[in-house]
Design a protein around this ligand. Structure first.
Ligand SMILES: N[C@@H](CCC(=O)N[C@@H](CS)C(=O)NCC(=O)O)C(=O)O
Length: 447
């Protein structure tokens, strides 16, 4: 009887069977099962092969699935030949390869076939929400840089890993232990940490020319002549990737931290709507994060100058300006000003924010910058350079995150009070990276 085969010759294992039967010289009857039309999942075919896979074969008995089993059967049925030797030693070698192919080789190659050939043909999109399958598959390549996995040759795989998996909070939360155990000493010894965890960039510090004041004028005045303006002391600094420390950073110790902050809000172009609808979200977020009882919020754009938004004097003054009668009572308790900085729409690649670890920047490194307006003078802190400053940033931060930054603290008990920060040019930013879209809220937390 002629062997009935059911297959689609364009699929891996179907081709294997067709080519193998030709090699063996086996006569067969071909039944086409259209893989791309999904016929292998149709009711008729499932009666032949309930596994819904091609190929399968029949020879007046139960269905034979497994391409290698079909070939072995065909060879044995017809008495065998050199393509499937009868000699036991020789056959053991062929069997070894057949088993290896089925258990190891096929699955290693098949994933690439599916990703780069089958999925584009079927036009299937990646799943939107991550599942435990994403985590499971990513785990084997979690040190892909150190593993030297050739991801550059596989852009979709790389994008999935770096843009989807590595941005997940659960992934970042579990990263620190891996770094510590596997990458710390070994990594510095072979340069791995340097390769991907820190960059060099220039930050604009300010020279301290006291007693001459550092000022900016926002109106025409003769007094503006010959003033000392800020940002005249650029220094190249090393800025490590803060994601490795996961959620270790805290606004009360280092003066900053990164936290998950997901929002469904998207009407960023309308300031009134931001105020009415998004401010309450910021307030709730902050209450949860720092345990504040009450908060007050306003909005501003970030700058390329090492600075801190408030001084020991301007913090309480701002509370009085904003909260009038209530202010004295509120100021009798702990007050902290915390900026909430957040990407909107896209991942931030261009001009990210660098934060200086407060434990490396004593109060003596800060001095005042005066803002001269016609009717009043404002002030904040700028910083003089020190090689002790330790900077951090959160590269490619997503809109599902926010950076919290302490810009004033009433308590003087070792808790972080003023965190210096600056936007900067990241030399690793892609030339075609989208323009940064971020928003910064100045909030006041009353405890
Ligand atoms: N181990 C089986 C694998 C069969 C298999 O997975 N075939 C693929 C086509 S190459 C299939 O039918 N997949 C089902 C699907 O994609 O839905 C064999 O060697 O025959």
């Amino acid at each position: 009887m002629v062997l009935e085969v059911y297959l689609d010759p364009c699929t891996v294992n179907s081709r294997k069977v067709l080519a193998g039967l030709e090699l063996l010289g086996t006569e067969y009857h071909y039944n086409h099962v259209d893989y791309f039309a999904g016929e292998h999942k149709g009711t008729e075919y499932l009666k032949i092969n309930p596994h819904a896979t091609v190929p399968s074969a029949r020879d007046n008995g139960p269905t034979i699935t497994e391409s290698n089993a079909i070939l072995m059967y065909a060879a044995d049925r017809d008495g065998g030949n050199s393509a499937y030797p009868k000699d036991l030693q020789k056959r053991a070698q062929v069997n070894r390869w057949l088993l290896w192919e089925a258990s190891v080789w096929f699955s290693s190659c098949y994933v690439y076939l599916v990703e780069f050939v089958v999925k584009p043909l079927l036009k299937s999109e990646p799943d939107q929400a991550p599942t435990i399958a994403d985590i499971s598959i990513a785990a084997s390549m979690h040190l892909h840089k150190a593993q030297h996995l050739p991801l550059d040759q596989h852009p979709q795989l790389k994008e999935w890993m770096t843009e989807r998996v590595e941005k997940l909070a659960c992934w970042q939360k579990t990263q620190a232990a891996v770094e510590k155990a596997l990458l710390s000493d070994k990594a510095t010894a072979n340069g791995i940490v340097n390769e991907y965890t820190q960059i060099q960039s220039t930050l604009n510090y300010t020279k301290d020319l006291s007693p001459k004041r550092t000022e900016l004028y926002f109106y025409d005045s003769n007094e503006a002549e010959g003033i000392h303006e800020p940002g005249d002391d650029a220094h190249e600094v090393t800025i490590p990737d803060g994601w490795h420390r996961g959620q270790d950073f805290s606004v009360d110790k280092e003066g900053f931290s990164s936290r998950n902050f997901h929002t469904g809000f998207d009407k960023w172009e309308d300031e009134e709507t931001v105020r009415a609808e998004f401010y309450p979200e910021v307030v709730n977020f902050l209450k949860c994060q720092v345990g504040a009882k009450q908060t007050n919020t306003s909005q501003r754009a970030p700058v390329m100058l090492v600075h801190c938004d408030y001084t020991a004097e301007s913090g309480p003054l701002r509370v009085r300006q904003l909260l009038g009668n209530e202010a004295e009572d509120l100021l009798s308790r702990r007050v902290a000003f915390i900026n909430v900085w957040k990407p909107i729409r896209n991942i931030v690649e261009e001009r990210p924010l660098a934060m200086c670890d407060v434990t490396t920047s004593p109060r003596s490194d800060f001095f005042k910058l005066y803002f001269r307006y016609r009717e009043r003078t404002g002030e904040n802190y700028v910083m003089r350079f020190s090689p002790r400053h330790k900077w951090w940033y959160f590269p490619k931060i997503t809109p599902d995150h926010a950076i919290l930054l302490k810009t004033y603290e009433s308590e003087n008990d070792g808790c972080a009070q003023f965190a210096g920060h600056s936007a900067f040019l990241d030399p690793t930013t892609r030339p075609d990276a989208p323009t940064r879209e971020s928003i910064e809220f100045r909030t006041i937390a009353f405890f």
